[in-house]
Design a protein around this ligand. Structure first.
Ligand SMILES: Nc1ncnc2c1ncn2[C@@H]1O[C@H](COP(=O)(O)OP(=O)(O)OP(=O)(O)O)[C@@H](O)[C@H]1O
Length: 253
């Protein structure tokens, strides 16, 4: 078997020429992408640049207007949506939450909580959890079916920097243990960079992508350290000086 063929068979998901229109407006325009097992890929981009739409396309919740998404046969997906809000007045333990909408065996729930670093929260009320604890529980929920591809949409929103760093370390651990691919959206590039194998900058189309170490050579990347969100914005800017109406190929990067 050729090496090329072997690689194709292991690819988790392949996206070719993905275009998603809302009305007449292309939210995603001719996006090409592929993910291999065990890769950690981070998607960055300004607000409204199509990051959530991209993840939702991959799980099949958004239909492509054109282009093709090919998932590995039988691919198991885990998905943590952006800003999931749970009714705080609803009494529900973490353990119960993991069994909705369909029952999940107790050992599977316990293993997922353990994996996500949330083993101690099983009997706590969902409403009583801190932001960081809730994110761990949402991660546990996404791990229930032992996913081969884990998709996380801004999983550390609202966490402080140590909380974010701890969460990303946990994600790396999960990747190492489960051997899954991880695709996440983040604004916290300075924290995520070290955990990512590849960074993709999206603004309707793919502006640039590459190994974080390569990106790290850029002056713009060095500006990220210790500069918080301003640094992340600096990275966007170095590639976003070109015109953005999503038409034609992007020649930056
Ligand atoms: N179902 C929809 N109906 C109308 N507009 C939509 C829909 N889904 C996405 N959009 C629009 O598509 C654009 C991209 O949205 P998306 O949520 O994918 O961006 P994003 O990069 O994830 O943004 P953010 O960083 O703010 O989370 C936005 O302008 C949004 O309003």
């Amino acid at each position: 078997m050729s090496r090329l063929r072997a690689r194709r068979m292991t690819t988790l998901v392949e996206v070719k020429g993905l275009t998603v229109r809302v009305g007449d407006r292309p939210v995603l325009d001719n996006v090409n992408f592929a993910m291999q097992p065990r890769e950690i890929v981070t998607v960055v981009g300004p607000n409204g640049s199509g990051k959530s739409t991209f993840l939702r396309s991959l799980i099949g919740a958004v239909k492509p207007s054109s282009g093709k998404i090919t998932r590995k046969k039988g691919l198991r997906l885990g998905y943590v949506p952006q800003g999931l809000r749970l009714d705080p007045s609803l009494p529900m333990t973490v353990d119960r939450f993991l069994s909705l909408p369909s029952p999940v065996p107790a050992e599977t729930r316990a293993a997922a909580l353990e994996e996500a670093g949330a083993a101690g929260f099983a009997n706590q009320q969902i409403a009583s959890l801190s932001g960081g604890q809730l994110q761990r529980v949402l991660l546990a929920r996404a791990l229930l079916n032992a996913p081969q591809l884990l998709l996380l949409d801004e999983p550390t929103t609202g966490l402080d920097q140590p909380g974010q760093a701890a969460f990303y370390r946990k994600i790396e651990e999960v990747r190492d243990t489960l051997g899954c691919g991880v695709l996440m959206v983040s604004h916290e590039l300075h924290v995520v960079m070290s955990a990512s194998d590849r960074v993709i900058c999206l603004n309707g189309h793919v502006c640039c992508e590459g190994h974080p170490e390569v990106v790290a050579q850029a002056e713009e990347y060095r500006a990220l350290f210790g500069t918080g969100t301003k640094g992340a914005l600096a990275l966007y800017r170095h590639e976003h000086t070109h015109h953005h109406h999503h038409e034609g190929p992007c020649d930056a990067g």
